[in-house]
Design a protein around this ligand. Structure first.
Ligand SMILES: [Zn+2]
Length: 144
């Protein structure tokens, strides 16, 4: 399962008919709360429940991204906590962070969007979709 994050994301988006990380969290019984916290978001496993906390000051776009990343941990790394700081967490090279970013990108960017814009460079896709170039690169990577 961990060898194919794309397949896993595709399974969930089809099963629950959504690419919205909040809807998916509801469907998977992952609890989340939006409030006044000191980082952009975090995930934690507590008393056998999965919780995601999001910073209320994030834009709608960023909140969806942080949520999708943390949901990746909730699904792939159930027991590992993650503190998310934008531009920092996105660039981390640890295996788990890359996997969470891969899950987030697979969830938020459909194959159709990439197919429609296949002549675009990473930089152009980054600008069009509003995600860091490194995230776009992770999305385009096939062997994750
Ligand atoms: Zn993380």
């Amino acid at each position: 399962m961990r060898n194919n994050i794309k397949g896993l994301a595709s399974y969930y988006t089809k099963k629950f008919d959504t690419r919205d990380p909040f809807d998916l969290a509801d469907a998977l019984n992952v609890l989340y709360q939006i409030g006044n916290i000191s980082c952009d978001g975090y995930y934690m496993f507590l008393k056998n429940h999965r919780y995601i906390f999001l910073n209320q000051n994030l834009s709608e776009h960023d909140m969806k991204l942080v949520m999708a990343h943390e949901l990746g941990h909730a699904i792939l790394h159930r027991k590992q906590n993650c503190y998310f700081i934008r531009n920092k967490t996105m660039l981390l090279n640890s295996k788990n962070e890359i996997e969470a970013n891969k899950f987030a990108m697979e969830l938020l960017i459909s194959d159709d969007i990439l197919e429609e814009n296949k002549s675009f460079t990473v930089e152009q896709l980054s600008r069009m979709l509003g995600y860091h170039q490194k995230l776009i690169q992770i999305r385009l990577q096939k062997n994750l």
